[in-house]
Design a protein around this ligand. Sequence first.
Ligand SMILES: *Cc1c(COP(=O)(O)O)cnc(C)c1O
Length: 374
Amino acid sequence: MKIQFNDLSRQQEAIRQRVEERFKTVLDHGRYVMGPEIIELEEKLADCTGARHCLACGSGTLAIELALRARGIGHGDVVFTTPFTFIATAGAIALTGAKPVFVDIEADTFNIDPDQLTKVIEQPPAFAKDLRPRAIIAVDLFGQTPDYSRLQSIAQKHDLLLLEDAAQSFGARFGDKLAGNLADVAATSFFPAKPLGCYGDGGAVFTNDEQLYLIMKSIRNHGEGSHRYENIRVGTNGRIDSMQAAVLLEKLPLLDKEREAKQKLAEKYSAELASKYTTPVVREGNTSAWAQYSLLTENRDQILEKLQSAGVPTAVYYPIPLHLQGAFADLGYRTGDFPVSEQTAANIFSIPMHGYMTESESDFVIEKLLAAKG
Ligand SMILES: *Cc1c(COP(=O)(O)O)cnc(C)c1O
């Protein structure tokens, strides 16, 4: 049996014809970048998250950067985030000139630990002592959101911007609110493997703050003013192309059904695997988008070798916590600074998870996972 980690070809089959028709429309109107598909997409994305404004852009990394830059965050500033995330979260902070200050995660949800966050804000590391604290980036890791009510009150108390990194959580819920609408501003990614992905790179920012929206919009297009050739601030090329928006418009209607299929698969995995592995915890009131289904185990590398020879693809998100990455060596963090992140990075792995897996495929994955534990 050939198991895919994330089977995008089955999804493509479901929409291929409609995507081809959309592509043909783009070829006909010829507005390849920022065409009418973008406006349609932004309206639909705002609608389905409940956020007042949505701005589509070139990538998830860029989306984070747009939000930070729009608030004037840069040199001399610090932004709090976790070291257990994809590099782009902290990379985008550094690209603005600000410094990331890391905060350890909760051992069960892998999301930022609000108690640790308060501690670090009140007692920042030496390199951050003379810098201005400006923002918190909370990451909805693997598709589950952290507790945004607690994070909002911490952000308010310390007068910090709260940014939701929703790259992995499109379609997730925190109570009755949707990911993308849980903080002052949210950033998501449409990289193909994300819960909502296009066939290239893309991203979006969401906010209810009109002022912030207008500044992000200006930065997205070289700091434009009242028209394209009036530039009132330094911006960038943050645009998305019409083909990617066309793909997303056809994928959006599949999202709920895919999420439900992933939820069922997650429940099946958890019921069958809990005796041998630490299975993911979804907090009461949360609905995960299941960007990843991640297990914890000792002797991970041996287990992964066995799974590979048994034909079960796996991935490790993330093997090196960001405070130990060469990219952030100048911050001076060391092994031992974030024990939960370090322990998690050593023991975690993700198994096949997508909305098109058959019963016999998931049975196969489960059988091999149980066998790998002997
Ligand atoms: C994928 C991802 C990003 C970056 O998105 P790109 O579209 O690849 O730039 C940022 N943060 C997290 C948590 C991600 O998973």
